[in-house]
Design a protein around this ligand. Structure first.
Ligand SMILES: CCC[C@@H]1OC(=O)[C@@H](C)C[C@H](C)CCCCC(=O)CCC[C@@H](CC)/C=C/C=C(\COC)CC[C@@H](O)[C@@H](O)C[C@H](O)CNC1=O
Length: 163
């Protein structure tokens, strides 16, 4: 059976999320000062202009060269994994595309701003979750889709015994 990679649709979707990420960050930078906050849904969801000089939860502040290296490794690994494992796997292709788009989105910020623009400020069940952005959302959703695919797929393969 011909291997289906759906490269064009996935490239278009990836580009869409990268543009969405960059446009939202551009609007935040142009219309808000750092620290400004606009409530959307009371205290649960706010738009707060924030800059992160590190990774998730502000880890490893100002280690930009390290982040460039990690991001390039992540991007190369994604492409390799896509070619090797994602043929005919729409869900896996989608997960990889989302992680790819998210990594590029934050990479652009790190390259041209020296930090990452965050603005989605949520408080879930009284836990003040770190402020994040569209790229982080793509990364996180992509990671969860991959985890589901790898777990579910393992189970599916066990059922059919074609390990
Ligand atoms: C999402 C990965 C973080 C993202 O990684 C990236 O760019 C990648 C491509 C490059 C990094 C240099 C290397 C990966 C670090 C992995 C990591 O950190 C483990 C995280 C697990 C993850 C579950 C998958 C939790 C989620 C957290 C958050 C996301 O919530 C939706 C909070 C985001 C806020 O702290 C916000 O300030 C972060 C800021 O925007 C910069 N973002 C990054 O560094």
């Amino acid at each position: 059976m011909k291997k289906q990679y759906r490269v064009i649709p996935m490239a278009i979707l990836s580009l869409f999320f990268i543009i969405l990420d960059q446009v939202t960050k551009y609007i935040i930078v142009k219309t808000m000062d750092v620290g400004d906050s606009i409530p959307v849904i009371g205290d649960i969801l706010k738009i707060t202009s924030h800059r992160n000089y590190g990774a998730a939860w502000g880890m490893l502040q100002n280690q930009m060269v390290f982040f460039y290296i990690i991001t390039v490794i992540v991007l190369v690994a994604l492409i390799y994994f896509y070619i090797k494992e994602a043929a005919n796997h729409l869900l896996m292709q989608t997960g990889l595309m989302l992680i790819f788009a998210g990594a590029i989105g934050n990479f652009i910020d790190r390259l041209f701003r020296g930090n990452v623009v965050d603005f989605i400020d949520t408080k879930i069940i009284n836990y003040d979750f770190p402020i994040f952005n569209v790229a982080d959302s793509c990364l996180t959703i992509g990671v969860f889709i991959l985890l589901y695919e790898l777990l579910f797929n393992q189970k599916e393969e066990k059922q059919h015994g074609n390990i």
